[in-house]
Design a binder for this molecule. Structure first.
Ligand code: ZN
Length: 486
């Protein structure tokens, strides 16, 4: 089987749990890992006559997300009932949004291996989460459970579902999109986006088509993957499965599929429902969400700087590359660390030292990120400053000072002094050294004065050797030429 000749077409549907204090339509507190059925009330248990009340904070967080994704915010949007029966859904319908979502349109750019991809945002809509089935006994799986119970603590949790256009062209790009979205939503304080705890869940719509074709193939929906790694592996496996079917002359059916990370296999779960199967109709117990333009502007003005804007500003104002900016904005903590160092040292050197030297040294030792390490931004800036003004050689800085800094967090000047690493700044000492080397190497001096310029490098090398690398090589080169009368 070969992937040649096929183009992957991938869109994502992401559910994020909004970081509100209470549930979407009632006053029950949100929590994770509480004893089962301790966070419920008649509303989220679907008792007859209990009426929903909209959580205003959830609406504000949805607007903030919409703005960050470049979506337009609807002046009026409404809720629908999505009808289906399942034990985790006490009302037998989920309150969701359908054809009038709170946010629609937009673009979100990510850096994938083949360059920057701009991914269209179809919509973002509000809904409530279902409850959770808990399988008790044995391995915690349905197949070998002694009994299963419904935990309604999660039922009614506010969710924002973000749907993208099918603009992604590789499994790696899909995973990178989710990483950048997670980073952005965390910046906004919209959600903690913890995939393991389920506060960010992603489904992928996956299809393939012959390269060059503009028609969409039949898609399958890959459900509920809970880590970036599984998302990438799952999509890769599903693409392989579909290409295998097509190569064998078979057809792709519109189905929901599941990736088993333990075996790497794709299981077909069911043929997929169409929207009309859910009998959507407007929720009669809730009024429309009316969003005044002034309220949207108020949310806009309260937004923090987003990772994408920060990267652009770093490129523009600090002169660092897109790649450096992408790596250094991978987490909120690392971004703040870089900014702090860059405000005290040359930004390009700061980007290079943090990204290459500091991070790799930490990976080999304490496994920390720079902002978690003993190397404070002040110390890092001090180290970079000493190298930049040539008080300290780059090699001893990297090989001696940095490891000791990671271990002790001591002031860089203390380490330099303790290890006797300071560069020779006394010019008289350098002149005396060059004179001595000329005395000791009259033949080489004659060659240099006779026009063999590269012999100057020989003297510089000798000077570095004599000083244990503590001389500034460029300055020694100048003194060599000056003393030789060139
Ligand atoms: Zn409740």
């Amino acid at each position: 089987m070969s992937a040649d000749g096929y183009e992957p077409v991938i869109g994502l549907e992401i559910h994020v749990q909004l970081a509100t204090r209470t549930k979407m339509f009632c006053g029950c507190a949100l929590g994770f890992g509480e004893p089962i059925n301790t966070r419920t009330c008649p509303v989220c248990l679907g008792h007859p006559g209990a009426l929903p009340t909209l959580n205003a904070e959830a609406v504000r967080l949805a607007i903030a997300t919409g703005l960050a994704l470049g979506s337009s915010i609807a002046e009026s949007s409404i809720f629908h009932r999505k009808n289906y029966f399942y034990p985790d859904l006490p009302k037998a319908y989920q309150i969701s949004q359908y054809d009038e979502p709170i946010a629609s349109g937009g673009q979100f750019a990510v850096l994938a291996e083949d360059g920057i991809t701009s991914v269209g945002i179809t919509r973002a809509h509000l809904e409530e989460d279902a409850a959770k089935l808990v399988h008790l006994g044995a391995g915690g799986r349905r197949a070998d459970a002694d009994e299963s119970v419904v935990d309604f603590n999660r039922g009614g949790t506010p969710l924002l579902e973000i749907v993208t256009e099918p603009d992604l062209r590789s499994a790696a790009a899909a995973a990178e999109f989710l990483r950048q979205l997670q980073l952005t939503l965390r910046h906004l304080g919209v959600s903690d986006c913890n995939m393991e705890e389920g506060s960010m869940r992603a489904d992928a719509n996956v299809s393939v088509r012959p390269t060059g074709s503009t028609e969409l193939g039949t898609k399958t929906e890959l459900k509920n993957m809970n880590s970036f790694r599984f998302i990438e592996q799952g999509i890769t496996r599903e693409l392989e499965r579909q290409i295998g079917l097509l190569e064998a002359g078979e057809r792709i059916a519109q189905e929901t599929v599941h990736f088993d990370p333990d075996t790497g296999a794709i299981h077909v779960l069911r043929s997929k429902e169409e929207a009309h199967d859910y009998r959507y109709f407007p929720e009669p117990d809730l009024v429309a969400i009316v969003t005044e333009p002034a309220a949207v502007e108020e949310v806009r003005s309260s937004l923090p700087e987003l990772p994408s804007a920060r990267r652009a500003r770093w490129q523009e104002e600090l002169g660092i590359t897109f790649e450096d900016a992408t790596v250094l904005s991978e987490s909120v903590g690392l971004a703040a660390y870089f900014e702090e160092v860059a405000s005290r040292a040359d930004p390009k050197l700061a980007a290079n030292w943090i990204r290459n030297e500091l991070r790799s040294a930490l990976r080999d030792t304490t496994k920390q990120e720079p902002h978690e390490s003993a190397v404070t931004p002040e110390r890092m800036a001090e180290l970079i400053g000493l190298v930049a003004d040539k008080s300290l050689g780059a090699k001893p800085a990297r090989e001696v000072v940095l490891p000791e800094l990671i271990e002790t967090g001591d002031p860089v000047s203390d380490i330099v002094e303790r290890r006797d690493l300071g560069q020779i700044t006394d010019e008289g000492e350098l002149y005396a050294l060059v004179d001595r080397l000329f005395d000791e190497n009259p033949d080489q001096l004659a060659q240099l004065q006779g026009g063999k310029d590269k012999v100057a490098g020989y003297f510089v090398g000798q000077a570095m050797k004599a000083t244990g690398g503590k001389a500034d090589a460029a300055r020694v080169g100048e003194i060599v030429r000056e003393r030789a009368g060139l």
